[in-house]
Design a protein around this ligand. Sequence first.
Ligand code: GAP
Length: 442
Amino acid sequence: MQENLMDKMVSLCKRRGFIFQSSEIYGGLASTWDYGSLGAELKKNLKEAWWRATVYERDDIEGLDAAILMHPATWNASGHVTSFKDTLVDCKGCKKRFKVESVKGKKCPECKGELTEARQFNLMLKTHLGSVEGEGSLTYLRPETAQGIFVNFQNVANSARRKIPFGIAQIGKAFRNEITTGNFTFRSREFEQMEIEFFVKPGDDEKWYKKWIDERFGWYISLGIRKENLRKRPHEKDELAHYAKACTDIEYKFPFGWSELEGIANRTDFDLKQHMDLSSKDLRYFDDGTKERYIPYVIEPSGGIDRSVLAFLVDSYREEKVRDEKRVVLGLDRRLAPVKTAVLPLLKKKPEIVKMAKGLTADLKKYFYTIGGKVVYDDTASIGRLYRRQDEIGTPYCITVDVKSLEDKKVTVRDRDTMKQDRVELANIREYLGDRFNKRKA
Ligand code: GAP
């Protein structure tokens, strides 16, 4: 199944409205993706799970939502203007572009045509601010959200009265003019990151580096990624980014091979030092206790929302045989499932059943608003088909309303994974579902 799992996933994502090619009606825009109704829910749920684990469940992290556009000096300070580059060659025949390290010999790997000399290519996307296009107005769409955190280090520390060690967490868009594309959303030109910059006392950095690697590894497992599909890979010295003293990737075993989901880097005092130099502002931290002034070291767990969404989709996909029929299930954790509950009337010709089912849907919509999540009503097919539709998108519970429900005021709740059915009093349905969703949330 592994070989064609990606094809199946791409097709399911399009058919059911998880992910579409961007600008598809114009032939698409390479490596940019749009999230449909279910994809938007899944992505939102994933971000909420991260924010909850990072900001709400800890005492040492503050949230931030910085602008995508930043002063251009930021990117000189961060080193991205000079160091965020790929070395590329172009094929004179088919005009395709390759990273130099992916080409063996001097011929095009695809058409065997002649290649140009290697050239450096900056991965940042340029943009111009204001009405006059020129060097003065040039800036970049941020290639990482991290810099928005560094330039706000003092603002957050002072306004939230934080003492070191503490962190700042942010989710947001980042842009890179990626050359090697493919593998669906894995390498996109516009994507979202979930990043923490955790500020520590120099000397405490290695301890926190190890802690964060374990913490972040555990987060993926706690949300349902299978342990055998996840591994930690420390970087070799020659693959470290220009700002890092050490870095460990958390990799997922995608159908196309082990690939990075998140990197945990020890960025030392590189960024704050650079910003101090270029802005001439004193960004040192003053330790009240020891009366020392120092530039903190930074541990950075930096993950990709889009890559995580893809990993959770692939990891949860399964095909089963049920009474000689194929059943496709997305076994997503309840917290991530895009639809929490579907209400399905068994006899849509009976107005009383429809009325009861719609009443229940309206009630559950209100209820799930407080615990978070989407509830749907569907009566557009036979019950077998309706179940299959919901299994395929990972809906944890389906509730059917039948003729008997009119008399006994009970409905049938079917569990996605066990397919076990419980008859539950309508009056107790909120409690029944609440127990199940909250139990897993705790
Ligand atoms: N601030 C550090 C930083 O940006 P990175 O390893 O370049 O480090 C962090 O990126 C994470 O962002 C990656 O682990 C990956 O999940 C995600 N990411 C990076 N480039 C991406 C791309 N082109 N498409 C999708 N996700 C990407």
